[in-house]
Design a protein around this ligand. Structure first.
Ligand SMILES: *Cc1c(COP(=O)(O)O)cnc(C)c1O
Length: 503
């Protein structure tokens, strides 16, 4: 294959920089095409549904299209190309056998009868039981298709729970810690709750006194991530849960960091009323750029009546079906299901991957996974702690947060370091989150990286710290080896250009 590179003047011809891929619209020529779909085949479409004017699609030969997407894939950085230490996102290697099993279910229709899908229901039911066991909860809904949607589901469940007790109108406030993932306050606001933030204490835990002061008869619940987004285990988690319960509130567990707890601790034993699992993170589905995901919600028995329906039930004879009976009978005295969040089995392919992953590892393998994730993070931190400041310096769980404040004073920020890592061949860590750490760099190596890779990543980051000390301007000018350099990231999110216009 011809090397698809161009020289960037200030990098020099010696450094190959991958070329940008033109748009299909730019490659197109009028009249060109693959010619596989004959017009006669479209003749069966009823007149009323036919287009009046032809779609303005780019016209290309088939190999051009194939090469276009192959080139794009080659520009992509993924877990399959290198280490991806994006804190909080758990970008770990996803075994290919998971995809293989998920593909067995590719032509399943979401409305297919339970009569012809007994195996599918058995898998879903077993997965529910496995997740309940891992989290220490009683019941599970597989419907939510992301962590954020599971938060939303849980808060609807909280609302229904309080409404059933005649306190719906009064309990209209949700409390979140200042270290919370942005989806927590956003989900609460989307449910119509007022949001109160409580600060963290000097050790990076929820400030218990601040929490107590914020609690009151108008509080519906508290959302807690454990280990929190600093990668630290909440040292007084039981007291936190007790305080919320004493005020009549419910405790929501953001379980996106479940990787660290596997086989070590169970949210259900710690006092949480429910917890969501980010299946695509902990139980391994390739994810990014908004999907695909699954966020099963695991609850204690007192929240079960409010879970989305239909439920998957197992009969005495071992057969499975969907329980829609709740639709026909009198509402429960204390309230009823919140309805459907995503039809029936949720994002099933992601759930099959999780099931495969858990069954191939077994109980012992899962325990080892959690421990290795913690070991990898602690090993990496030990290699980096000399040259970088450590935010809340305690023994972390599966991830840790550095601060590039020292480097910022020397002339290069956390963002500059993130960009410079691209030239070193690594995906950058999460930066500027959690919000309570200045110049935050949140690093999650995951359990799947071999020691040599961790060593190479630490060496690269330490090299960059040295370069910042001597020549910060060079670090500010990175990346040099990527087809695009610094982008207007806010503009890309707020004013995205998604439509091609011939100029
Ligand atoms: C990833 C994450 C979420 C959101 O999960 P999505 O599946 O991306 O919606 C929520 N909380 C924490 C702590 C996370 O890491």
């Amino acid at each position: 294959m011809t090397p698809r590179t161009r020289a960037i003047p200030d990098v020099g011809a010696a450094t190959p920089v991958p070329a940008l891929e033109p748009l299909l619209f730019e490659l197109a020529r009028p009249g060109r095409g693959g010619g596989h779909v004959r017009t006669s085949e479209t003749a069966e479409i009823p007149e009323a549904f036919r287009r009046r004017a032809p779609l303005r699609l780019p016209e290309l030969a088939e190999p051009q299209v194939v090469r276009h997407y192959t080139h794009l894939a080659q520009l992509n950085y993924s877990v399959d190309t290198g280490m991806y230490p994006l804190g909080s996102c758990t970008m770990k290697y996803n075994p290919k056998v998971n995809d293989r099993t998920a593909s067995l279910f590719a032509d399943l229709h979401p409305r297919q009868s339970y009569r012809t899908t007994q195996g599918v229901l058995a898998l879903a039911y077993e997965l529910e039981r496995m997740l309940a066991k891992i989290t220490g909860m009683d019941f599970v809904t597989l419907q939510p298709q992301a962590g954020a949607q599971s938060e939303f589901t849980a808060l609807l469940v909280f609302k229904a729970y309080h409404a059933g007790r005649g306190e719906g109108a009064r309990r209209r406030r949700i409390i979140v810690p200042d270290s919370a993932h942005g989806t927590n306050p956003a989900s609460a606001a989307m449910c119509g709750y007022d949001v109160t933030t409580v600060k963290s204490d000097a050790r990076g835990n929820v400030d218990l006194e601040a929490l107590r002061a914020a609690l009151g008869p108008d509080v519906a619940g508290f959302m807690l991530t454990n280990p929190n987004t600093l990668g630290l285990f909440e040292e007084r988690v039981r007291e936190v849960c007790d305080a919320v319960h004493a005020a009549g509130g419910l405790v929501y567990g953001d379980g996106a960091n479940m990787n660290a707890l596997l086989g070590v601790a169970r949210p259900g034993d710690l006092g949480f009323d429910c917890v969501h699992i980010n299946v695509h993170k902990t139980f391994s589905t390739p994810h990014g750029a908004g999907g695909p995901g699954a966020g099963p919600l695991c609850v204690k028995a007192h929240l079960r009546p409010f879970l989305p329906k239909p439920w998957i039930v197992k009969e005495g004879d071992g057969s499975y079906h969907y329980d829609t009976s709740r639709e026909d009978r009198e509402p429960e005295p204390l309230g009823d299901s919140i309805g459907t969040i995503k039809q029936r089995l949720g994002n099933f392919g992601v759930l099959v991957r999780a099931y495969t992953y858990m069954r191939t590892l077994g109980d012992e393998g899962l325990v080892e996974t959690g421990r290795d994730a913690i070991l990898a993070a602690n090993y990496l931190l030990a290699l980096l702690r000399e040259r970088y400041d450590v935010a809340y310096d305690r023994t972390p769980m599966h991830e840790f947060v550095l601060s590039a404040s020292r480097q910022k004073k020397q002339g290069a920020s956390a963002l500059d370091l993130a960009k410079a890592l691209i030239d070193e061949g690594f995906h950058p860590p999460t930066v500027y989150f959690p919000l309570i750490v200045p110049e935050a760099m949140m690093i999650e190596p995951t359990e799947t990286e071999p020691k040599e890779t961790l060593d190479a990543f630490a060496a690269a980051l330490n090299r960059l710290a040295e370069r910042v000390a001597t020549d910060p301007a060079a670090v500010r000018e990175t990346p040099r080896g990527a087809p695009l350099r610094r982008l207007d990231e806010v503009g890309a999110a707020r004013r995205p250009v998604l439509r091609y216009r011939a100029s």
